[in-house]
Design a protein around this ligand. Sequence first.
Ligand code: PEP
Ligand code: MN
Length: 282
Amino acid sequence: MSNEVGLNECCDNPAKAGRKTKKDPIRVKVRDIEIGGRDIIVIAGPCAVESMEQLTETAVSVRNYNAKILRGGAFKPRSSPYSFQGLGEEGLVMLREISNITGMPVVTEVMDTRQIEMVCKYADMLQIGSRNMQNYPLLKEAGMAYKPVLLKRGMMATIEEFLLAAEYILSQGNEQVVLCERGIRTFETATRNTLDLSAVPMLKHLSHLPVIVDPSHGTGLRWMVPAMAKAAIAAGADGLIMEVHYRPEEALSDGKQSLDLNEFRQLMKDLTKIATAVDRSI
Ligand code: PEP
Ligand code: MN
């Protein structure tokens, strides 16, 4: 890492996550889907797996509109312990079933080291959420798993801390890590988080790992998602992860930031144009 960007040159540098060891960007494989190539990869699906009906309706539609990977949480990190916590293993079973039917690989969050083995049984990619970006035992355990990892930026994490979190995974031997900018905490309250799109070129400058953006958690507002999704692609993101629900108003979590199926279809159309403009495809 160079001092030019203000990262210190001490012994806890992100040596493996940084560009020093690997000069060229890498591609992360999630079954037959590659993140980090010319193709922009869109990951879409509900915030939480709620029912077979909800998951099927949503998954089939997003696949038809060209999403490549299905998302859906079975273990949900909710601010309140009284909010819906996810269906747990039952949700994982549903994800696997829909994945087999639609042919789409699935990514789902793992919140605890004790869940890793179970989640690995069902998921194609492990998601480590914002709140767990500095859960070092979890990062190490994910580093020993034979699954690609989607690592979300902590809401209070600097770029350096983010890369060092990725380093925990890489240092255990798992080099299949995708970085996800999902918004950070600032003084601003108009949006749920402040989506730091400057993190995209910076992370790509500093690291060889693919970078994707989550405009759903980044804004918290459905109507803002399309604008920020387009901006993310224009800024050089390798993909997007977005919350989509067949009935957002009935969602058990994050309905306010979830696109409905029509909005998602329209957005995918618009994104094709942005991708072409930056010499990429969707
Ligand atoms: C999510 O993807 O549903 C989620 C909880 O994301 P984050 O960890 O970024 O808040
Ligand atoms: Mn969510």
